[in-house]
Design a protein around this ligand. Sequence first.
Ligand SMILES: Cc1cc2nc3c(=O)[nH]c(=O)nc-3n(C[C@H](O)[C@H](O)[C@H](O)COP(=O)(O)O)c2cc1C
Length: 387
Amino acid sequence: MHRRNFIRLVGGGVVIAAGTTLAGCSRAYPPEAIAAWNGPGTEADARRWILGYAILAPHSHNLQSWQADLRTPGEITLRCDPTRLLPETDPFSRQIMMSHGTFLELLDIAARERGLRADIELFPEGEYGPERIDGRPVARIRLVPDAGVAKDPLFAQILARRTNREAYDLQRPVPAAAWQAMSAAAAGQPALHFGQVGADAAPLIARHRAIAAEAWRIELTTPRTIMESFEVLRVGPAEVAQHRDGLTLMDPMVVAMARVGLFDRSQAPAPDDFAVTSQIEDFNAKLASTPGFLWIVSDGNDRRTQVAAGRAYARVQLAATVHGVAMQPLQQALQEYPEQAGPYAAIRALLGAPPPAQTVQMWARVGYAPPVQPAPRRGVDAIVVAG
Ligand SMILES: Cc1cc2nc3c(=O)[nH]c(=O)nc-3n(C[C@H](O)[C@H](O)[C@H](O)COP(=O)(O)O)c2cc1C
């Protein structure tokens, strides 16, 4: 059967974005793929217990590029797995660095819960340059017992946090108290600026939606960027259980077709293919349902700043979770590949973040949405390098 016919047969079910709704148990992830969300339980080894929370951090494309070296007692050395990068959509690994920031933030919060102070030394063997990252550690963390260390109330949200890609409730704006909590969660980093727009600013909201829509269209219709997503796309329970990472697609019809070899992931679909147009339509409907957007802008864009932005984003999302507020990053327009130059310039202009002085590190849609299941995780053993 021709691919195009197959896509038509599937009829709207092809959605590449990670995550599915809870509707219908056949869309549920296999229990082993989400077992990490039960938390580390009674794990006696403090470092492994802490890592059991850190691995629940958000990571671009859910790639989980963390490697935790435990060979020095009392320490964790964090490195980046060079096989888990996104060279096409994230050519300078900015978002990978942010995804190490989210990990470090959850690690820090979990350490506090255990009465440990996490002394985090970033880039102990030198900071990466702006172009690429290398095998040197992202951080060396010493865990020091400290009776004076304060527990963080956001700890209670780690197991509940989700990236939510559902349609949001347009009639339910995000209340001021929730925006305030998110903004406060991002504070404390002098080089970062939190911004937000809500339903009371309709023309601005329309601009946000338009830029996000155009950026998504570009990513889906640029062959090498859609292929990068296809490479980490896990279709159906067997692939999800096998990999426990990446983007997921659980629509039963697509899963059935993939099983008999009728979902071709070996080449990019044509721009007018239903696989592309249906996704654009679906994403635009979700944008149209979105009552608010937030962003984190940084002064400068060195590696420490990128890590700090990731730490701030993790806190913002945990603070939103307290208020039952859902969010989904919209990173396409922030990506630094040539085809995205238009949306990249447009979002910077809209947010008043002129290059090169400032960088939009994170941009997300925000609102209320039905709950979603947690995303797969590979587990602590998969990221640990032990002696
Ligand atoms: C730096 C960064 C960029 C992200 N970009 C996107 C994005 O553009 N679209 C999206 O749907 N999710 C995005 N995410 C969310 C991840 O896909 C998500 O964290 C991952 O799939 C795991 O799911 P979870 O957050 O529910 O645990 C991003 C996360 C991070 C940390």
